[in-house]
Design a protein around this ligand. Structure first.
Ligand code: PGA
Length: 251
């Protein structure tokens, strides 16, 4: 099954309005010829609509870095799926390890967010990943299975078909330490097999599973060459137009 690659840049808590517009414009310029892959940017909430505006004539997709499950209400500090849509977003990163670790979001909350995104027509990008301690203790696959099953609880086959999964080993995020292509492929194949058990095989075969964690210009090609790696979720290297452009132009 041929899956369309998805290269996503997560800007995290970086960029002022001016910086964001500049970076988006630079990335827009180097993405014009890419017809066989999707490119997505997840800027901070404050610049979602500016970035969407700068890129309105491009095919680059816009995502929020998180999303609430409610459409509106007393949820100070949150952003609703409708707000993301109205700012030009079509996707939302959910369950990023920084949300899980620093802000104590658990699988149950992540699951609510996934449902919220789907209900309002946003593509959930469900992040999963083990810590170094979990990997060294041999618990990697168990933790990932819990995150997949927990994050997707109650999600229908239809919903799953619209969802993207991102495997981001916590020990590889922002550390410069990438999972080897073999380590990443092993997990991606495991997740796909698990999805085939939870849903139908053709859905599992069509779901895009991204790798994230210190993806850079030097490792993107070999990661993308793995059978079950369908894209990348890029942090640090997405803040520099030149490196992100090289990444989205992986060969
Ligand atoms: P990194 O971040 O590329 O800086 O490791 C990836 C991510 O957290 O999405």
């Amino acid at each position: 099954m041929k899956r369309r690659p998805l290269l996503a840049g997560n800007w995290k808590m970086h960029t002022t309005v001016i910086e964001a517009c500049h970076l988006a414009a630079e990335i827009g310029k180097c993405s014009t010829a890419l017809d066989d892959r999707d490119v997505l940017l997840a800027p901070p909430f404050t610049v979602l609509s500016e970035v969407a505006h700068v890129l309105k004539d491009s095919k680059i997709l816009i995502a929020s870095q998180n999303v609430c499950w409610e459409e509106q209400g007393a949820f100070t500090g949150e952003i609703s799926p409708t707000m993301v849509r109205s700012a030009g977003g079509t996707a939302a990163i959910i369950g990023h390890s920084e949300r899980r670790q620093i802000f104590h979001e658990d699988n149950e909350m992540v699951n609510k967010r996934v449902h919220g995104a789907l209900r309002f027509g946003l593509t959930p990008i469900l992040c999963i990943g083990e810590t170094l301690e979990e990997r060294e203790g041999g618990g990697t696959l168990k933790v990932l299975e819990e995150q997949v099953r927990g994050g997707l609880a109650g999600v229908s086959s239809d919903g799953m078909a619209k969802t993207v999964v991102a495997y981001e080993p916590v020990w590889a995020i922002g550390t410069g330490k990438t999972a080897t292509k073999e380590q990443a492929q092993e997990v991606h194949a495991f997740v796909r097999k698990l999805l085939a058990e939870m849903y139908e095989k053709d859905i599992a075969d069509s779901v895009r599973i991204l790798y994230g964690g210190s993806v850079n210009v030097n490792n993107v090609d070999e990661l993308m060459a793995q059978a079950d790696i369908d894209g990348a979720l890029v942090g640090g290297a997405a803040l520099n137009a030149e490196s992100f452009c090289r990444i989205i132009n992986f060969t």
